[in-house]
Write a protein that binds this ligand. Structure first.
Ligand code: AMP
Length: 229
């Protein structure tokens, strides 16, 4: 199954993708994580991406599409994947359609996680992440149990992303509304959009997403059986 998680920054795409891939045996493909890894290892691509990322702007389409084309060409994608943070523009979505069509494949659905802007600002300004395992915390609603240590892997030193400052958050929301939200219409035209209320607890959102993806998986199995029969 190949799925896209769409939504504004801070809607919970990363957290929910992480939980869904572990429940369904899929692979998480996060362009944000790929770009942060390139930035941390000071590669040429990372240095180019850093100035866009830290100011809340999008990295140029050709860079991101190149990363994804390379990753899709690798063989370790198992049962399928969840795109988290990709595509973010119409040209990226069009390139993805071409890549999928060339592989005789298609995206099964686009999970659109809906959260209002005020809630996004509240979430991101208090977000902290573990640089080692990627676990995400919120200082008020989901703080680490032990001060500055990650509950999951014990790493010391949770960090506040450079693009989670007030100015960068406002810029990222503006960019989302201008460049990414048109994807809702794009994928509605392909009848692939599934709206999910992202304002509930992480468990509630996870259950809604999983309920839908399990149903979709079952329908595909039934359809394949019919074809064989
Ligand atoms: P994220 O972790 O998904 O919030 O991404 C962090 C930052 O990485 C974004 O604000 C962008 O600067 C960059 N980025 C991630 N994914 C993309 C994408 N698909 N297209 C362009 N820039 C991206």
């Amino acid at each position: 199954m190949k799925v896209i998680f769409l939504g504004p920054p801070g809607a919970g795409k990363g957290t929910q993708a992480k939980r869904a891939v572990s429940a369904l045996g899929l692979v998480q493909l996060s362009t944000g994580d790929m770009l942060r890894a390139a930035k941390a290892s000071d590669t040429e691509l990372g240095l180019e991406a850093a100035s866009y990322m830290d100011s809340g702007r999008l990295v140029p389409d050709e860079v991101v599409i190149g990363l994804i084309a390379e990753r899709l060409g690798e063989s370790s994608l198992g049962n399928g994947f969840i795109f988290d943070g990709f595509p973010r523009t119409i040209p990226q979505a069009e390139s993805l359609d071409v890549l999928m069509a060339n592989a005789n494949d298609s995206i099964a659905c686009v999970i659109n996680i809906k959260v209002p802007d005020e809630e996004i600002v509240r979430r991101l300004s208090q977000r902290r992440s573990c640089p080692s395992c990627g676990e995400i915390y919120h200082l008020e609603f989901f703080p680490p149990k032990n001060d500055d240590f990650c509950d999951q892997c014990g790493h010391k030193g949770l960090f506040h992303r450079a693009d989670d400052t007030k100015d960068a958050i406002e810029k990222r929301l503006e960019v989302y509304h201008q460049q990414t939200s048109p994807l809702i219409d794009y994928y509605s035209g392909q009848e692939k959009i599934v709206d999910i209320d992202g304002t509930g607890s992480a468990d509630a959102v996870h259950n809604s997403i999983l309920g839908f993806l399990n149903k979709l998986g079952q329908e595909k199995i039934d359809l394949d059986k019919k074809k064989v029969g």
